[in-house]
Write a protein that binds this ligand. Structure first.
Ligand SMILES: Nc1nc2c(ncn2[C@@H]2O[C@H](COP(=O)(O)OP(=O)(O)OP(=O)(O)O)[C@@H](O)[C@H]2O)c(=O)[nH]1
Ligand SMILES: [Mg+2]
Length: 195
């Protein structure tokens, strides 16, 4: 009985995930919402880096894989830029946030995308259009969003940290993509060692 339990234990995979995007786009609220189910009412700007831990099980190739995801969320303000290299290092997947009420935050996702490529290589990323609950203040159309995502060559999701719309789905996709990328890097590393 005891031996079976031990044999059944599957290795927990640690994954570092990144949440980037302009100031006040909802990075902290969305991460917090996913990890705790709670909502932060006010905007307490993130000085430096927050990180949250979520344990989750994903299914991949008919196997259940336990994951310990560490979600890193950095302040979107320019003055936190110097933290960037350490923040990105080892990131396995990223969310790039925009705010549906401020079109320039969608435009700026391109800069965030380039920054990600510069500091975290080919790590997978998803475009997130947040605050979708604010229907009356919405300033960007579905077409603009689709075109923008296509230009970057990435998938996109609509979310709300208030109603929780799209939150679970977005983070599950992020974790799955991060897991696949992590496995790929490990396989490449093993190949190098064998060569
Ligand atoms: N209506 C609505 N408000 C949101 C949503 N997400 C975040 N907010 C609000 O937007 C403001 C900014 O949210 P934060 O999560 O602090 O934004 P941030 O991206 O972490 O900001 P920085 O840390 O400064 O970069 C707060 O007042 C949040 O309550 C959302 O989906 N809908
Ligand atoms: Mg924040």
């Amino acid at each position: 009985m005891f031996l079976t339990d031990v044999a059944d234990k599957t290795e927990v995979i640690p994954l570092k995930l990144l949440v980037i995007g302009d100031a006040a786009s909802g990075k902290t609220s969305l991460s917090f919402r996913y990890v705790t189910g709670g909502h932060r009412q006010s905007h307490i700007l993130t000085a430096g880096v927050n990180f949250l831990v979520k344990r989750v099980e994903i299914e991949y190739n008919n196997r259940k894989i336990p994951i310990k995801a560490t979600i890193w969320d950095t302040g979107g303000q320019e003055r936190f830029r110097t933290l960037i290299p350490a923040f990105y290092q080892g990131g396995k997947a990223a969310l790039i946030l925009s705010d549906v009420t401020r079109p320039y935050t969608l435009e700026n996702t391109e800069t965030w995308f380039q920054r990600l490529r510069e500091h975290a290589g080919d790590c997978p990323c998803l475009l997130v259009v947040n605050k979708i609950d604010l229907l009356e203040q919405r300033q960007v159309s579905d077409e603009e969003i689709a075109q923008h995502a296509e230009k970057l060559g990435i998938d996109y999701f609509y979310t709300s940290a208030i109603t929780e719309q799209g939150v679970e789905e977005t983070f599950l996709k992020l974790i799955l993509e991060g897991y696949k990328y992590d496995q790929l890097l490990k396989t490449d590393k093993n190949k190098e060692e064998d060569a």
